[in-house]
Structures are given as C-alpha cells and as structure tokens.
Design a protein around this ligand. Structure first.
Ligand code: FEO
Ligand code: CA
Ligand code: CA
Ligand code: CA
Length: 634
C-alpha cells in the first residue's frame, strides 16, 4: 500500500487493496446458475463463453419501443472528448460556482492556482467535488444545498508533495473543503450567481457539530472520550448523493467515509490483525485512503478512538432554511456506504426512503416510517422510528423487502443500525452491482436504481463473504457497463413488502459485442454510455441519468466519449444524450430552479483545466443550463 499513489486509486479499489479477497472463480457455480436461468427464459438468451443473460424485461422494453412517441424536446447530441461542456442546439450553459469561489465577502480573492486557497478561508468558500444537490425556496429566496464528496488532495494541497498533508493545518483544509455548502443563488443580469453573504449561506464540514438520533443514539458503541453520551458527533463526510424531503429538509448521504480513518497502533505489521470483523466489513483500513487525518487528528485514529467510525456512515438531515440548526444523523436509516436517499410518501402517509450501499456486492435498502407525514405537522422525529428492510430479488421477476429485526438477525436495534451490512447478510439479501442513485418516479409507482458496474460479479464474494451470484438484476459476470433496475411495489404502494422488477436498461456496446455485453435493445450507437450513477426524475416523469464511467473512448468503451447526462422515457425505454462534460469529469448532481426554467448540473473532478482554461487548476463546478427561448426544462 505504501508504494501506491493513492491519488490515483479509487475508493472502491482502495477497499479491495486494503482487504484483498480471493477470487472464487467457481465457474461451475456460475454456469449452473446461468443454465437454470436460461431454462427459465425459454432459450431466449444469448449465452456463450463468459457471456451473460438478458432478462425478460428487455423484451418487454423493446416491444414498447416499437410504439414510442417522443417526449424529448431536444436534438440529441453526439459524444465529445474535449475539455468543455456541450448541450443541444437551442440550449446554453454558464458556470455558476466552482471550488474555491467565495460564499462570504471575507473570502473574496482567496482562491489562487498556486495554493488552492488559504486554510483560514477554506470553510468560507465553495468546497471541492460537487455531488448531489437540491434547490429549496425559502421566503422567495432560492437556496442550493450541495455535497462536496471528497478531495483530490494533490489539487487542494498543491504545495504538499503528492498532496500528502504535512501538518494539522493541511488536514484542516481538506476537512473544510468537504461536507456540504448551503448558499443562495439569484438570476441577475449576468445570469445565475451566488449571493455572497446571504444569511442562508453556510458551510458544513468534517468538524461541524451533529446530533445523533434514532436507535444507535447513546449506545455503548457510539460513546467516545470526547462524547461519553454517544449523541453528539463532529462532521458529516464523503457526502455523495442527496434528497429533499417534502417538509423542506436536505438529506445528505455519507458514502466512502471509511477512507478517513486509520490507526497509529504499533507495530505496523500487526495492525491489520487488530482490526475487528466489523471494522473490516466496513473497510476501515490501517493507513486510510491517503488523507492521513489519523496522524494529525486523534478523532480519526481507530487505535485511540475505536468507536468514532460508528458515528459516520449515515443519512444526515439538514434544515437549509436555518443556518444555525444542528444537522441530525438519522441512524434509523442504517449505516453503510450511503449513495443517496430517495424518499416518497406511501398512500397511507408513511415516509419511504430507498437507499443503496455503493460497494461491489453490497445491498439495496428501504426504510418505512412508523408515523405518517402530515403537511405542516411536526416532522422532527419522522425519520427516527420505523422499519429498515433489505431487498431480495428473485429470478422470476418478483422480490421481497426483508425486515431487519432483532428476531431475524439476533442483533439489537442499535446494532442493526450500526452494523447494517452484517444484519443484511444474515437474512440473505441480494448482492448488487454497486447500487448508486435511486430515483422514484413522481407520476408512476416505480423506483429505479443505477447499478453502476461490478467487475467482481461472478468472481468473488463481497466483503462479508456473500457470494456475488450471477443472475436476477445482476445478470452479467464481470459487469463493466452497468444497468438500471426498476421495481414496481405491490399494490402501487411503496410501503408494501413485495415488488415486481425488471431491467430498464443494460448498458453495453453493440459495436463491440454481440452477446449480453452489447446491452439491451434500447442501447444503440447513438446513445452509448456506461456506469450510470446519478439519477433524478423531472416533474414530467422523465428520468435524467448521469454517468461516472470509463471515458477513455476505446475498446469496450469506444464511442462512449466523456461522461454525460442522458434522459430516459420510462414508458418507452428511449434514452437520448443531452449533455457531455469535460474530459475526466463525472457528471453528478441535478436540480431545478423554482420556475423550472433552469437546471443546475454538477461536474465533479474534471481532468481538463475546466472551467478556467489552459494552465489553470481543474475545478469542480456547478453549471446552469437553460433553453434560449426560456421554456421549461424539467
Ligand atoms: Fe459517490 Fe457511489 O458515488
Ligand atoms: Ca455516485
Ligand atoms: Ca460512481
Ligand atoms: Ca464521485
């Protein structure tokens, strides 16, 4: 690990380097399963050496495609490989805010390309690596809450060798540039811009006080020397996707938080064996993912503070209307690598929150509140009491939500909240191809989850020892393209325990493959993409899909170009490309202005010197896109 440049290693790859898992390579098992599935499908599938299976859903989808009636008010755009943004003819884009831009007037002019900005102002500026976001309207003010997922250390600390923190100030700077930004925007003569010094502006960092609520609050496993009550923690971290509740709060989701922790225990070579089974399941490593927080901030040293990691990995609720409010960690919704939290209201008024755990072979979850949402009523404890479920998919196109209760898991409610992955393994949940964003259709009772890719499918167990079987919604071994699974809750009730499912799309490349890796019928040379990740529905029920994939534009990914944003019609399966990002970026985060005439789109970790041009540091940014005729865009 010490010889590896962690700046170049993804969080997912780092987990497996830290805890290598043997390749199982049980080809007999793979083939046996595939053959039985082929029988189920009546011989419709393409199955050859190393090939996979297409579900009946594809066939339904392609039948529907024949009668499609376009709901795409734009001319789809081609792929791009350059360093800027492209949108369809009749649309324009502008930059709104980039890493280092001031949210407060004392930070104006602080950013510069030599230092990336000062440590003193690092919690007064827009953070790095923009991700999930939503727009809130409060007393006619438009407020964006947005996540800053992680830092490219070498970019944030350009003066430190390899971006490795040299002191506590470097660590503090990294901690301040992550978390969440809340800020007001306004549409003035120069287009959209941040309202500097708006009373709503706020930075939430890795050091902001949080309150811990729900079943884990106060438990022994949550208590630390600094907080013997186990109810008050510091910071929200690796904030990935997000959601907006009907009552106007922001839900931010803690994803690859394990990488911030390390251990100073001596001797070095014995450190791995001191990690507990639970720490290993959650990928807590000895050296961390290169942030080195644990060397300068004892809170992140699991040798000194073994319970501190139990206080991260949750969905956190933030009130964007009140900059003085304390964010609340909602432990009832479980602890894992939370991608996003897609909430909806069941017909009986209960709150349903769908959530994915983004790691190879981890699970998809649902939480249902005990109490009902009453508009205008007290919502302060709505996300505290309820039932957590994990998804079990069956090959016949049905599925069940398995309740994670003390009876079936042998764990207490607090333990289920803290070691959710272990509880889910106990009930035999379906290992998934890395669940990224989930989106709930506002005009039809259905949910969608982006299963971004999973090279370990059919190759090895997940971190908990669960076999990553080929089949169901994860039908391709060594799945490098990804797919989107869709489910229909029984009785059109998201609170129900049962569902039917199909695959909305399987990404692939029909120019390169003629088996299941060609993708589903709704993939063609004109809309190639891989690794679907961000997903949101617009008010018309169209599905916006953002990608975080291989943008090398070669081999399996030839014709994919840079990462992009597409739009899918759930009814017909038609998918068209709307936007391409600068080379090296991931497109992630989408929300709309109050009048829905502007969409805000996040561009994370551009590789090209975007948006400032040649010679400048690349800066993750939010852009605004609108139609030249100012018509609605979602
Ligand atoms: Fe932060 Fe799984 O994406
Ligand atoms: Ca993501
Ligand atoms: Ca991703
Ligand atoms: Ca990312």
């Amino acid at each position: 690990m010490k010889d590896v440049d962690l700046n170049k290693v993804s969080a997912d790859d780092w987990d497996e380097m830290t805890f290598p898992r043997p390749e199982v390579q049980e080809f007999d098992r793979v083939v046996e399963r595939a053959i039985s599935r082929r029988g189920f499908l009546g011989g419709v599938v393409a199955f050859g050496s190393g090939a996979a299976v297409m579900g009946t859903a594809m066939l339904k989808g392609s039948a529907a495609l024949a009668q499609q009636d376009t709901r795409f008010p734009f001319t789809p755009i081609p792929t791009a490989t350059d360093g800027t943004v492209h949108v369809p003819e009749g649309y324009s884009w502008q930059r709104v805010v980039s890493w280092g831009d001031p949210l407060f007037s004392d930070a104006v002019g602080d950013f510069n390309s030599e230092t990336g900005g000062s440590v003193e102002m690092s919690d007064r500026v827009f953070g790095e690596n923009t991700d999930g976001m939503w727009l809130f309207t409060v007393d006619n003010h438009q407020i964006i809450a947005v996540n800053h997922e992680y830092t490219n250390r070498a970019t944030n600390l350009p003066e430190a060798e390899n971006g490795t923190p040299r002191n506590a100030d470097d660590v503090l700077k990294l901690q301040n540039l992550q978390g969440v930004s809340v800020f007001e925007v306004t549409d003035g003569p120069n287009g959209w811009e941040v309202v500097i010094d708006s009373p709503f502006n706020r930075r939430i960092t890795h050091n902001t006080p949080m309150r811990i609520s729900g079943p884990a609050a106060g438990h022994d496993l949550m208590q630390t020397e600094a907080d013997p009550t186990g109810t008050e923690s510091l910071g929200t971290m690796n904030n990935c996707g997000s959601d907006r509740t009907p009552w106007g709060t922001y839900l931010t989701c803690e994803e690859n938080w394990n990488g911030y922790f390390g251990s100073t225990e001596e001797p070095q070579d014995q450190k791995p064996v001191t990690l507990t089974e639970e720490q290993q399941r959650y990928g807590i490593g000895v050296d961390g993912w290169g942030y080195d927080y644990h060397l300068w901030d004892a809170r992140f040293d699991v040798h000194q503070n073994p319970n501190e990691p139990h206080r991260v990995g949750y969905v956190v609720e933030i009130d964007p209307a009140d900059p003085e409010s304390t964010p609340i960690k909602r432990t009832a919704l479980g602890r894992f690598k939370h991608e996003n939290a897609a909430n909806t209201i069941a017909p009986d008024g209960r709150v349903v929150v769908y959530m994915g755990d983004d790691e190879r072979g981890e699970f998809m979850y649902k939480w249902v509140s005990r109490d009902v949402y009453v508009p205008g009523g007290d919502t302060s404890t709505l996300l505290e009491e309820g039932q957590l479920y994990v998804a079990k998919f069956h090959d016949d196109g049905t599925g069940d939500w398995l309740a994670l209760t003390p009876e079936v898991t042998g764990m207490s409610e607090a333990e289920i909240a803290i070691f959710t992955r272990i509880a889910a393994s106990q009930v035999g949940a379906t290992t998934m191809d890395r669940p990224e964003w989930i989106a709930v259709n506002p005009v039809a009772a259905e949910g969608y989850c982006a299963l971004t890719n999973n090279r370990n499918r059919g190759v090895m167990n997940n971190a908990g020892g669960d076999w990553q079987a080929v089949g169901g919604p994860n039908p391709r071994p060594e799945n490098n393209y990804g797919q989107i699974v869709r489910w229909y809750p029984e009785g059109q009730d998201h609170g129900s325990d049962a569902f039917a499912w199909d695959l909305y799309v399987m990404c692939g490349n029909p120019e390169v493959h003629d088996d299941a890796y060609a993708g589903s019928e709704n993939i063609h040379a004109g809309n190639l993409f891989n690794s679907p990740d961000g997903m949101m529905f617009d008010s018309a029920g169209m599905l916006w899909i953002q990608t975080d994939g291989d943008d090398g534009n070669a081999g399996d990914f030839a014709g994919n170009g840079n990462n992009q944003m597409l739009v899918g019609d759930p009814a017909t399966g038609q998918i068209e490309r709307f936007l391409t990002g600068p080379h090296g970026c991931e497109v992630t985060g989408l929300c709309w202005s109050a009048d829905r005439r502007t969409m805000f789109v996040g561009l994370q970790h551009p590789g090209a010197p975007f948006p400032d041009g040649e010679g400048a540091l690349p800066r993750s940014s939010i852009i605004a896109v609108r139609r030249d005729d100012n018509a609605l865009v979602g």
